[in-house]
Design a protein around this ligand. Structure first.
Ligand code: FEO
Length: 397
């Protein structure tokens, strides 16, 4: 993908990763992009680099604009390897006068690359530098989503280079939000939020309050992944506000894994009860659904009814995987209930309840355990559980 001029003398020079399908456990079914930005000013400045495998793309793009050795400054907004693994080679080639990063950025660059002799220039929130015609202001965004993360803001262009925040894992030839379908883009942005930013929602709320307080004027948001928000920067800010509040909708998810279809029969009966009480409900069989797609739906669901057969005194392995992943992402404000069939021990329901309690779900019921194959009476109890959750959800939202 050739460079694209975002604003006068400000270029996207990143790379598109069409073939990526797994991002440390997050299924990226549309690939991703690694966005880097080159600002041509008295001090030529490169904001972030790309994943090491894409060195050729980055250098090819920069060379279409300028000899890379002419770059003066390198800004490292974030040290995760998808943006920084090329920093050592770029720093070696460019020999930048300064490398700007947060205090934690310096610490993490040292921890990754063990290079004491780089020309580090540590910046903190409120610091600004002059590139000549432009200034760049820095805003630390600790734990959004790493300790080193920061934003770079160019007030003259009202451009926010936002690192991972507001990104999407979506490989496209288009570079701007107004060049693709907005609902598709927002869907990928929601998936990205749910799988990466969700645990730090309280910090997103603080950051948005800070942005409001300083009256930050933003016409364009350029994240390090996916499309650049040119037409709808306000929309993605609004979505982050909504997602980070973790408000629940009148929406339930019935998530299960089943050994010989008994737990599946229970799931179907629970759904019947939920739907009868007017709750929008989605069913997720873990045999065919990826954890990161389920988490996307967890984002605004008010109730999660989770079921597993018992296997070897525990829950089925795919359910353990999902709950482990979900617990790390810390979804809040959920109603929970558990169910499952068993043969002779039946621990799965209790184990699911324990994890839901750890996640501070409001667990409504001890859950339903059924030996081997449910009877009509058992299935009626499942319908009743669905109704009970639905009624609680109506009061909850
Ligand atoms: Fe895109 Fe946290 O790296």
């Amino acid at each position: 993908m050739p460079p694209v001029e975002l604003l006068k003398d400000i270029y996207w020079v990143g790379a598109i990763d069409w073939n990526l399908r797994d991002f440390h456990g997050y299924s990226v079914d549309r690939g991703t992009s690694y966005n880097a930005f080159l600002v041509m000013d008295d001090k030529i400045t490169l904001f972030d680099t790309v994943k090491k495998d894409f060195k050729g793309d980055l250098l090819k793009n920069i060379r279409k604009i300028i000899d890379p050795t002419k770059i003066d400054y390198l800004v490292v907004n974030h040290v995760e390897m998808d943006h920084s693994s090329l920093v050592p080679e770029i720093a070696g080639l460019v020999q930048p006068e300064k490398i700007f990063c947060s205090e934690m950025g310096k610490k993490n660059l040292l921890a990754h690359f063990h290079t004491e002799n780089w020309p580090y220039e540590v910046v903190k929130t409120g610091d600004s530098i002059s590139l000549g015609k432009r200034t760049v202001q820095f805003m630390e965004t600790r734990m959004l989503h790493w300790p080193d993360s920061m934003f770079s803001y160019i007030p003259g262009d009202r451009l926010l280079i936002s690192s991972d925040a507001f990104g999407q894992h979506m490989a496209t030839t288009e570079r701007f939000d107004d060049e693709v379908d907005l609902s598709l883009l927002l869907g990928h942005a929601a998936k990205y939020y749910a799988n990466i930013i969700l645990p730090y929602s309280h910090l997103v709320q603080k950051l948005l309050a800070q942005v409001k307080e300083i009256n930050l004027a933003v016409d364009m948001i350029a994240p390090d992944h996916g499309l650049i928000w040119r037409k709808n920067p306000g929309k993605i800010l609004e979505c982050y506000d909504e997602w980070s509040q973790q408000k629940s909708k009148l929406k339930a998810l019935v998530i299960y894994d089943t050994m010989w279809h008994s737990t599946e029969m229970m799931a179907q009966a629970i759904m019947e009860g939920l739907v009868e009480e007017g709750v929008s409900t989605q069913s997720f069989d873990l045999a065919v659904n990826h954890r990161s797609d389920i988490i996307t739906e967890v984002l605004d669901a008010g109730a999660l009814i989770i079921g597993s057969s018992t296997l070897n005194n525990g829950m089925l392995p795919r359910m353990a995987d999902l709950l482990h992943y979900m617990r790390g992402l810390r979804p809040a404000n959920k109603i929970g209930a558990a169910f499952g069939s068993y043969g002779w021990s039946g621990e799965a329901v209790k184990l699911i309840n324990t994890i839901m309690e750890e996640m501070k779900f409001r667990v409504l019921d001890p859950g339903i355990r059924v030996p081997y194959v449910p009877t009509e009476d058992d299935l009626q109890k499942c319908v009743d559980l669905g109704r009970k959750v639905a009624k609680a959800l109506h009061e909850h939202v």
